[in-house]
Design a protein around this ligand. Structure first.
Ligand code: PNW
Length: 487
């Protein structure tokens, strides 16, 4: 035994789930394979191609539709415990509604899941990662009050089909990006520009849809299938730029707008939308001449239905934003809470303008959630770093980021955070939304010029593999070669 070892090694628990994450539109391709229906991302990129930086789209992307066996081989090379991926709603229900189901869509996901399960990899499935069937968007999408019904119908089909093998369900990925960016700021698909109104309608319908799917699962599927169901919210750390009371208040409002709007109804004691933000919107609405608040309310019955409706809190965490009250919200007419984000010069920069490496970012976010929401079960469902498309395979800055984040994961475990797993974003390079293929988040490089979409491990893949295998972070570890094997 190593009585001579002086430095105490901190270990990840044996049952801690290490994985990687992806999303359907970003990796699958096969955008119109078999009877797949059009999604809002197909629609946006085809009808308005100049919104994407390199004029690209996800028509083929990494072509997982034809390469899923290679994807699972990569999971085995890395020694992953789990793999998080999303289902394309319009691949399963071409029109969005359940009167027509796609056997080809079922077959694709059944094969993908079977291949993972065969090798002992735990599938973690997101039902909705931004790619709404266009037919439902034509009816208003998430702004239509019938949305929760459509969503529950879809969720039931999915639980029924895949729930014998899938035990970890995530209803939505990143409500803020869906609602605020999609229906308010008009940046994400469907690019509805309904300033100060759209995101709140969407937020309520999304939260109700989540709760309907959750209860459907708990009542009708979990008793026989035995899995868990949660939601993934992007919780970046948001802190005041200075210690002034104004900055602290503005930072709190920013947290409420970025993620409290979606987390509070589900995870708080009181239920409903966050208090200070609701008050601000109500007051501004009246000043602006509206007869009532632009933000809808939950009835007591709805509050009770939504409160506690999650087995875990999925956290996507990337970075820290600093907020200053000197940029008054009123100067940002399109938002009730958005102000300029500040970063410190000494924070290392990624290839994405919003993503920097701030100290203790993961730890701050997780301990905040522990305190605020009574120590919920948490999975980190995304965390990652972008490099430029031509950065090559030696990605030491990504390695530095992952090591820092995982040190924080150990700190959080020491601090009593109920953290059960960590999914790195991303298994491989993919279609990075408006950045197209100009920003790369993969542990594996994908050659998008090559019809075979060859995947090659980056240096970070070897480092992540070593951490998973040894359950410790060795900051000195260097891969001895760039040849990957399955252990
Ligand atoms: C996530 N931010 O989006 C998404 O879930 C992924 O699909 C995406 O590829 C990944 O992060 C990298 O961008 C985010 O501004 C979008 O802090 C924006 C932010 C964070 C995550």
């Amino acid at each position: 035994c190593s009585a001579l070892s002086t430095k105490q090694e901190r270990r990840f628990p044996d049952d801690f789930l290490f994985g990687t994450a992806t999303a359907a539109y970003q990796i699958e391709g096969g955008w119109n394979a078999d009877d797949k229906g059009e999604s809002i991302w197909d629609h946006l990129t085809h009808n308005n191609p100049t919104v994407i930086k390199d004029l690209s789209n996800g028509d083929i992307t990494a072509d997982t539709y034809n390469n899923y066996k290679r994807d699972v081989e990569m999971m085995r090379e890395l020694g992953l415990d789990a793999y998080r991926f999303s289902l394309s709603w319009s691949r399963i229900l071409p029109n969005g509604l359940t009167n027509k189901v796609s056997e080809a869509g079922f077959a694709f996901y059944n094969n993908y899941i079977d291949e993972m399960v065969k090798y002992g990899i735990t599938p973690m499935v997101t039902l909705y990662h931004w790619d709404l069937p266009q037919k439902l968007q034509d009816l208003g999408g998430l702004a239509n009050p019938l949305f929760p019904e459509w969503y529950e119908d879809y969720a039931r089909v999915v639980f029924e089909q895949f729930g014998d093998r899938v035990k970890h369900w995530i209803t939505f990925n990143e409500p803020r990006e869906i609602c605020y960016e999609g229906y308010d700021a008009g940046r994400n698909a469907p690019q509805v520009n309904a300033t100060g109104i759209g995101s709140y309608l969407c937020a309520k319908n999304l939260v109700m849809a989540h709760a309907r799917a959750y209860h459907a699962y708990k009542n009708d599927f979990a008793p026989s299938q035995g899995g868990v169901c949660g939601i993934t919210i992007c919780v970046n750390w948001v802190a005041p730029l200075t210690d002034s009371e104004e900055d602290r208040f503005e930072a709190e409002l920013s947290r409420q707008g970025q993620w409290g709007l979606y987390a509070e109804p589900i995870f708080s004691e009181e239920g409903g939308f966050p208090k200070e933000l609701s008050e601000r919107v109500a007051q501004r609405s009246i000043e602006q001449g509206y007869p009532r608040s632009r933000m809808p309310e939950f009835t007591d019955e709805e509050k009770a239905f939504v409160k506690g409706a999650a087995d875990f809190f999925g956290v996507n965490h990337y970075t820290t934003f600093l907020i200053s009250a000197t940029e008054k919200f009123s100067e940002h007419a399109f938002s009730d809470f958005e102000t300029e984000n500040h970063y410190l010069d000494e924070w290392p920069k990624s290839a994405s303008d919003w993503l920097n490496l701030a100290p203790n970012s993961v730890l701050n976010a997780l301990t905040h959630l522990k305190e605020k929401y009574n120590n919920p079960v948490i999975y980190i469902t995304e965390n990652g770093w972008s490099t430029r498309h031509d950065a090559g395979l030696i990605d030491d800055d990504r390695i530095r980021y992952y090591r820092a984040a995982l040190e924080n994961v150990l700190d959080a475990l020491d601090a009593g955070v109920n953290l059960k797993g960590y999914m790195a974003w991303s298994l491989m390079d993919n279609f990075e939304w408006f950045a197209g293929y100009t920003e790369r988040f993969g542990l594996y490089e994908v050659d998008f010029e090559d019809p075979a979409r060859t995947r090659t491990p980056k240096k970070s893949a070897f480092v992540y593999k070593q951490i998973i295998k040894k359950r410790v972070i060795d900051h000195e570890y260097e891969p001895s070669s760039m040849t990957m094997t399955i252990d």
